[in-house]
Design a protein around this ligand. Structure first.
Ligand SMILES: Nc1nc2c(c(=O)[nH]1)N[C@H]1C(S)=C(S)[C@@H](COP(=O)(O)O)O[C@H]1N2
Ligand SMILES: [Mo]
Length: 556
């Protein structure tokens, strides 16, 4: 390596080590004090929000969730490149390098302060201290590397000469970089730099560990406890409230075949889709739900207000518009909540009062995410819920704790706002989060069916091979499911389990007596209105995938 290259490497490494120290400090503080966000995650989150819809959509479609590792790695690589450059800039133009650090500070601040629930003052102080520490470490390393002999402006002679004159510290630093005044050898520099970097990484590690103690997976949702309905409090004071619960699903609502999905999806395996890199953590004591916009009587609910109202349980299948035919972005939950129509009634809103100004119901999350759908759907009698329970427990943090919307018959992206904090009635012009990103405005769930008990490519033995799975068409219900084993030439009516509710999926099975050969198996469902799902293939974008789930198998 030439002297010059080596100097460049060292200057760059000095810059990068400074960044490691800065990140380490900020992660440590984040671990100790969760109201100071992780700067890394905040920056990655802002990238998700600012990236054009198509790109993020592709990522979420592919991975089911905003792709955290890729984003974090991107931010890290970007940081390494920038600070490598800044380290070199610092050798010749210390003030420009400091300006660069100031720009990084501004980016970090803007990203962090946009997070919900940040404590602004501690966050500002943390970022300032972290970057200061990073800059100091870089400066010390530059000096150790001999790249900075007496070039710090305060130590140098007064800046009297014209730029570039021999008296200029900038010139002298250039010489310092190319002469042989190396303060410590290669080993020494690596030791110092490596030590500082290790200290930074250790700080980050400790921060992660501390933060991990309260991680979402560690926090088991508690059993849902509703207040005593005999003593209604809050908004329900003096009213009769009821807590309607559902009986265990009847035995004939399930078909017992290996590979059949559970009738009600456990919370731990419920599909997950959102744009949040880390779920908002909400303290119910600080949380409110406000109902505003084009309503007679804007109103605010506390968590206790809501739980004190009349509640009900409802079985509702939730699905994602990004689900591909045969895919897994669909689950069936037993939700507990308050009817959205009851919440709207408190705000003076009812079906007969819907006008152009209140045609759309917008659900807004604490993280800024929005959904929007026709207000009429909230008031047409279906079990549209302001939900706070899933399968008898509080909502898991990642599924929207404390409160979310669940609307039968609509894809999640237009309706199922997690971490709900605001309901706004407005006109149809407002475009919610995914509508702004080119997905279709209304999101009725398309009739779909899936083969679960047999997989593509299976080698089956001849004889009895039950072909079973689920079909769903919330809020229309499933009337019929048919299975073909000859690529759609002929269809066999499948046996259906009892329909739990029109809003849920329905299990089916066709008891196939298989002869040796190659088969193309397909399934199709007919909804409660008598309409059979379309065979024509469409991708998820912009309004949900269509086509028949098709798999090829061999019977030996
Ligand atoms: N706050 C918030 N709510 C959200 C989303 C989101 O990104 N942020 N994603 C929506 C989408 S696209 C779907 S399909 C459902 C998924 O809900 P789940 O993760 O509980 O299965 O949540 C909806 N609610
Ligand atoms: Mo979705």
């Amino acid at each position: 390596m030439s002297k010059q290259t080596e100097s460049r490497m060292r200057a760059g490494i000095a810059g990068v080590v400074g960044a490691v120290v800065a990140f380490g400090i900020s992660e440590l503080v984040h671990g100790l004090y969760s109201s100071v966000p992780s700067i890394l995650v905040s920056i990655a989150q802002r990238i998700v929000e600012l990236t054009p819809g198509g790109l993020v959509t592709a990522g979420i479609e592919l991975l089911g969730k905003a792709d955290i590792p890729t984003l974090i790695v991107t931010v890290l690589i970007g940081t390494v490149a920038i600070t490598f450059f800044l380290g070199n800039l610092a050798v010749r133009h210390p003030s420009l390098a400091l300006a660069g650090v100031a720009v990084l500070a501004a980016i970090a601040l803007a990203a962090a302060l946009a997070d919900p629930f940040v404590a602004p003052a501690p966050t500002v102080i943390t970022i300032a201290l972290a970057l200061l520490a990073g800059a100091v470490v870089t400066e010390l390393l530059l000096r150790a590397a001999g790249l900075r002999a007496a070039v710090v402006p305060t130590e140098g002679p007064p800046l009297t000469g014209e730029p570039g004159s021999a008296a200029s510290p900038v010139m002298r630093s250039r010489e310092a970089g190319s002469d042989s005044r190396v303060a410590v050898g290669r080993g020494g520099f690596l030791l110092l730099g490596g030590g500082a970097a290790l200290a930074g990484l250790a700080a980050a590690g400790v921060g992660r560990l501390l933060g991990g103690g309260t991680s979402e997976s560690a926090a088991r949702p508690k059993k849902l406890n509703l207040p005593d309905k005999k003593q209604p409090a809050g908004k329900s004071k003096g009213k009769a409230v009821t807590h309607e619960t559902l009986p265990q699903p009847p035995a004939d609502a399930s078909i017992d075949v290996p590979g059949m999905p559970k009738l009600i999806t456990p919370a731990s395996t419920f599909y997950l889709i959102d744009t949040a890199l880390s779920s908002p953590r909400i303290d119910v004591n600080d949380w409110t739900l406000s109902v505003k916009g084009a309503v007679d009587n804007p109103v605010e609910f506390s968590y206790r207000d809501l739980l004190g109202m009349s509640t009900r349980e409802a079985d509702i299948t939730l699905s994602c518009v990004s689900n591909t035919v045969g895919g897994g972005l669909v689950s069936n939950g037993r939700w507990t909540g308050v009817l959205l129509s009851d919440v709207l009634a408190e705000a003076g809103m009812s079906r007969d009062k819907i006008t152009t100004a209140s045609r759309q119901l917008v659900g807004r999350s604490v993280d800024g995410f929005t959904t929007g759908f026709k207000t009429d759907i909230a008031l047409d009698g279906r079990n549209a819920l302001v939900a706070f329970g899933l399968n008898g427990s509080e909502l898991p943090i990642k599924h929207g704790y404390p409160v979310r919307l669940v609307i039968p018959g609509l894809y999640g992206y237009v309706s199922a706002t997690k971490w709900l904090t605001e309901i706004e009635l407005t006109n149809w012009n407002f475009d919610a989060y995914w509508i702004q990103r080119t997905w279709s405005k209304e999101g009725p769930v398309k009739t779909q069916s899936r083969i679960d008990t047999i997989n593509a490519g299976d080698n089956l033995s001849s004889g009895k091979n039950p072909i079973g799975g689920i079909a769903w068409a919330p809020h229309r219900g499933i009337q019929k499911v048919e299975v073909s084993t000859d690529g759609g030439e002929t269809w066999n009516t499948a046996r259906l389990a009892k329909q739990l509710a029109e809003d849920t999926w329905r299990q089916y099975v066709y008891d196939w007596e298989a002869q040796p050969g190659d088969y193309t198996i397909q399934v199709r469902a007919t909804d409660g209105t008598g309409e059979t799902q379309t065979a024509s293939k469409a991708p998820p974008h912009p309004s949900g995938a269509t086509g028949y789930h098709t798999i090829d198998v061999t019977v030996g």
